[in-house]
Write a protein that binds this ligand. Structure first.
Ligand code: BG6
Length: 295
């Protein structure tokens, strides 16, 4: 399988396919600057992103599962067609399913792109009775990573979905992290039965479990890691909402695939269509994207 993938989608020096943890296939992207990224076909899950000379910008839990039917904990889980709980498995089935590469390319400016897709199968239709095609395009630049999600309704009836890029950023100590750009935005506090409140401080800081959906948030949000003197600028497009999450101590202990003491080293700042489902008419297409830039 890896040989076939390499033959079809490999680009010497830029895109390769190798066995990842437990032999699960992953794509390795290499930019001429030295930046790298890794994407598991399981979930089209980005598990690593490094700019040249730097450590990983994404957090991965040492306790993560890497097996069929289970989500990977860390990186960028792709959430579709259901954010959070509901009739489907938590956060939908896209992160639990094997995707296939569609194309790979080195663009004229040197950026490296890998596109993967997922289509409905008898198994997905049993959970969610809609024909669809989902595409994830990951583009690696020298100091940026862009992820574009496309949802196509290939059926004859409309459907609605919620979706997100559930990005886990690696931070030195979440107690010294500030998330900026959400002041004045209304959020739903998942820890208080979705009570509505308006963000008032200039920056969000962390001293307890935090789980909030910022509704119709501005398109630019920054994650400042004071300890590492590093800022990640998140630039989203056509993804209205931002979710900010850190499980802190008690929830970390309740999660079997997350280490009890790992919470200070991560923060999730997620982008997507989360607060309200988005409707796609028969034959219609929705596209949303997020670009992460490190400085
Ligand atoms: C976040 C939710 O997006 O994902 C949290 O806001 C949830 O409530 C977290 O705990 C992790 O979810 P999961 O299904 O990956 O454990």
């Amino acid at each position: 399988m890896l040989e076939e993938l390499t033959l079809q989608f490999g680009i010497p020096g830029a895109v390769g396919f190798v066995p990842g943890v437990n032999g699960l296939p992953k794509a390795m992207l290499s930019h001429q600057s030295g930046a790298t990224a890794e994407i598991y076909l399981h979930g089209a899950h980005v598990t690593s992103w490094r700019a040249v000379g730097g450590d990983d910008l994404l957090f991965m839990s040492a306790a993560s599962a890497f097996e069929a039917g289970k989500p990977i904990r860390g990186g960028i889980p792709v959430i579709f067609p259901q954010f959070g709980g509901g009739p489907l498995p938590a956060h939908g089935f896209a992160r639990l399913t094997e995707w296939e590469p569609t194309l790979s390319a080195v663009e004229e400016n040197g950026d490296v792109e890998c596109v993967l897709h997922l289509e409905d199968t008898p198994a997905t239709r049993q959970l969610w009775p809609h024909p669809f095609r989902l595409e994830l395009a990951v583009t690696l630049a020298a100091r940026a990573l862009a992820v574009r999600m496309t949802v196509e309704n290939s059926g004859a009836a409309p459907f609605s979905f919620t979706a997100a890029l559930h990005t886990y950023f690696s931070v030195a100590d979440v107690r010294r992290v500030a998330v900026r750009g959400l002041r004045g935005v209304t959020y739903l506090d998942t820890l208080r039965d979705d009570a509505r409140a308006v963000e008032t401080p200039e920056a969000i800081t962390f001293s307890a479990e935090t789980d909030r959906i910022y509704v119709a948030a501005p398109d630019v949000v920054q994650v400042e890691d004071a300890s590492r003197r590093r800022t990640i600028t998140i630039h989203k497009h056509n993804m209205p909402d931002v979710v900010v999450w850190n499980p802190w101590t008690a929830k970390a202990q309740r999660m079997p695939d997350f280490g009890d003491t790992e919470y200070p080293r991560m923060v999730c700042v997620e982008t997507g269509h989360v607060a309200e489902p988005h409707a796609v008419p028969a034959g219609g297409v929705w596209q949303g994207s997020t670009r992460f830039r490190v400085s």
